[in-house]
Design a protein around this ligand. Structure first.
Ligand SMILES: Cc1cc2nc3c(=O)[nH]c(=O)nc-3n(C[C@H](O)[C@H](O)[C@H](O)COP(=O)(O)O)c2cc1C
Length: 249
C-alpha cells in the first residue's frame, strides 16, 4: 500500500479509537504469522479450492497486512457496547494485525431499501455504496453485539443484509454480552454469518452484564482477556486462510 494512503488510513483509524474513548496504539509491530497450509494435500471433501499461497506471497503471511474491523453493533445512547469495543481494541494493541473500529452509529442505514438483492452487486443508493466501501477492505470482523429480545440488534442484521460480496469468504469472531452473556444473540448471528459466507471461529467471548461490567463500563474478568487473545489468534489465522479462498474463486 502506498505510504501516503497508509498514513491517511492511520489518521482515520486513530480518530475512531478516540471516538470510543480508547487511545490508539503507539506503533504497529510487523512480524510474520505463518499459516500451515499444505498446497499439495488432497481436499477431503472433493472440493477444488486451492489454498496455496496467494501469488506474490512467500512462505508465510505477514499478519500486519491483515485488516480487521471491530464492528460495534449497539447504536443506543449510553450503550454498554462502546466500552466493550474499547476493551477489545485495547487488547489488540500488542497484536501484529491491524484492527479498526467500525461503529454502526457512524453509518446509519435505513431499513433495507435496495431494489435488488445484495448478491446482484448493483447498488441503487449512495448510502449502500458508502457502506460497501467501509466493509470491502477488511479481511475479517469481530462483531461486538448485545442481546436484544434473544437476538442481535436489528441494526446489525440490517447492516449485514445490505451487502454480499463484501462479507463473502472472510473470517468472523464474536464478542457478545447480556444477562446470559449474549449467547442467544451469538447463536442467531452465527446463522446469519453462515448465510453471507463468513467463516466464524468457534471461540467466543461472552460477557455477563452482572459480572463483567461496572455499571455501563466494561470491566471483564481477567479470564476473558485470555479468551479474547485466543479467539483473535484463530480469527487472524482464518482471515489469512480466507484470502487464499477468495483468490481461488
Ligand atoms: C430492546 C432490548 C432488549 C433486551 N433484551 C435482552 C435479552 O433478551 N437478553 C439479555 O440478556 N439482555 C437483554 N437486554 C439487556 C441488554 O443486555 C443490556 O441492556 C445491554 O446493556 C444492551 O447493550 P447496549 O447497552 O450496548 O445497547 C435488552 C435490552 C434492550 C434495550
Amino acid at each position: 500500500m502506498p505510504d501516503a494512503r497508509r498514513a491517511r488510513e492511520d489518521r482515520a483509524a486513530e480518530a475512531r479509537w478516540r471516538d470510543i474513548g480508547a487511545s490508539p496504539p503507539r506503533q504497529a509491530r510487523r512480524s510474520r504469522l505463518c499459516i500451515d497450509v499444505n498446497p499439495t494435500a488432497t481436499p477431503r471433501s472433493g472440493t477444488t479450492v486451492d489454498l496455496s499461497p496467494i501469488p506474490g506471497d512467500d512462505a508465510g503471511m505477514d499478519s500486519a497486512d491483515l485488516r480487521l474491523a471491530v464492528i460495534l453493533a449497539s447504536t443506543r445512547p449510553r450503550r454498554r457496547g462502546a466500552s466493550v469495543a474499547a476493551w477489545v481494541m485495547d487488547q489488540t494493541r500488542t497484536r501484529d494485525a491491524r484492527y479498526e473500529i467500525v461503529d454502526l452509529a457512524d453509518h446509519p442505514l435505513p431499513i433495507l431499501d435496495e431494489p435488488a438483492a445484495a448478491s446482484a452487486g448493483t447498488y441503487a443508493h449512495e448510502h449502500t455504496r458508502a457502506w460497501s466501501a467501509v466493509i470491502e477492505p477488511y479481511d475479517g470482523f469481530v462483531f461486538v453485539t448485545p442481546e436484544y429480545n434473544h437476538s442481535m440488534p436489528a441494526g446489525l442484521k440490517n447492516a449485514i443484509d445490505y451487502l454480499w460480496a463484501e462479507w463473502l469468504d472472510k473470517a468472523g469472531a464474536l464478542v457478545t454480552y447480556g444477562n446470559s452473556g449474549g449467547l442467544r444473540s451469538g447463536e442467531q448471528l452465527r446463522t446469519v454469518l453462515s448465510a453471507v459466507g463468513i467463516a466464524h471461529v468457534r471461540p467466543q467471548v461472552t460477557l455477563m452484564n452482572r459480572d463483567d461490567f461496572d455499571g455501563y463500563t466494561a470491566a471483564p474478568n481477567v479470564h476473558h482477556e485470555h479468551g479474547l487473545a485466543g479467539m483473535l489468534t484463530d480469527l487472524e489465522l482464518w482471515a489469512a486462510a480466507m484470502r487464499g479462498v477468495r483468490s481461488a474463486r
